[in-house]
Design a protein around this ligand. Sequence first.
Ligand code: ADP
Ligand code: MG
Length: 231
Amino acid sequence: MLKMQGLSKVFQIEQVQTHALRGLDLHVREGEFVAVTGPSGSGKSTFLNIAGLLEESTAGSYELDGQDVSRLGDSQRSRIRNEKIGFIFQGFNLIPDLTLYDNIDVPLRYRGLGAKDRRERITSVLERVGLGSRAQHYPGALSGGQQQRAAIARALAGTPRLLLADEPTGNLDTEMARSVMELLQEINSAGATIIMVTHDQELALRASRNVHIVDGHLSDLVRQPGGLAAA
Ligand code: ADP
Ligand code: MG
C-alpha cells in the first residue's frame, strides 16, 4: 500500500540545516499494523507527516496505492488525504469550544458529505469508541482517555484505509493506553492499515510488525517479519 524509498527530509531554518530523515526505506502492505519506535528526534513524526501527505520529502520516492505522491500539488495532496488517510495526534487536537459531535462533523463537512450521511457516520463512530452518550459533551468535560477516543472517532468517521497515529497513548495512563491500543487493534482487524509511532515497547509488541527509526533511517537491528522493510 505504501512504498518509500530513499526518503530524506532536510529542514532549513536560516543557516541551520537539520537532516530529519536520511534515506528511509519502508514498505507497508495493506492490512498491516506497524509500530514505529525510536529515540526522540530520530525523525518519527517527520516520517509520519510525510506518509500522511502533510509534509513533502526533500528527496526520495513515495508511492501510495501504486501512485507516486512525492511531488503532488497541495490540492491533490489534500484530496488524497481526505479520501484515504486518518490522523490521530498525541495532543488529541480537538477543538475545545465544539461538542464531540461537531468536532467529528468538521472534517466531514470539508468533504462535502450530506447531512444524513454525516449524522449516521458520527453516531456510529461515537458508539464504536464507547462515547455514544457523550455526543453533546465538550472535550474539556472528558478524561484524557475519552478525548483520545474522540480523536480516534474523528479519524474513523472519514473511513480511512490508512490510519496514522503519532504517540496516541503518550498522554494516557497504562490502563487507558491499553484500551486505546485495543481499539486500534479492532480497527486494524476490520481492515484499516495502521502505522503508529510509540515509545511504549509493550504496546509496540502488540502490533503486527515493529520498525525502529534511528537517525532518520530504519535500523536493521529489529527483525522484520514482513521481510520487505530491511533497511
Ligand atoms: P521524533 O518524532 O522522532 O522525535 P521529529 O521527526 O519530530 O523526531 O524530528 C526530527 C528532527 O527534525 C529533529 O531534530 C527536529 O528538531 C527536526 N525538525 C522536525 N520538524 C522540524 C521543523 N518543522 N523545522 C525544523 N526542524 C524540524
Ligand atoms: Mg515525534
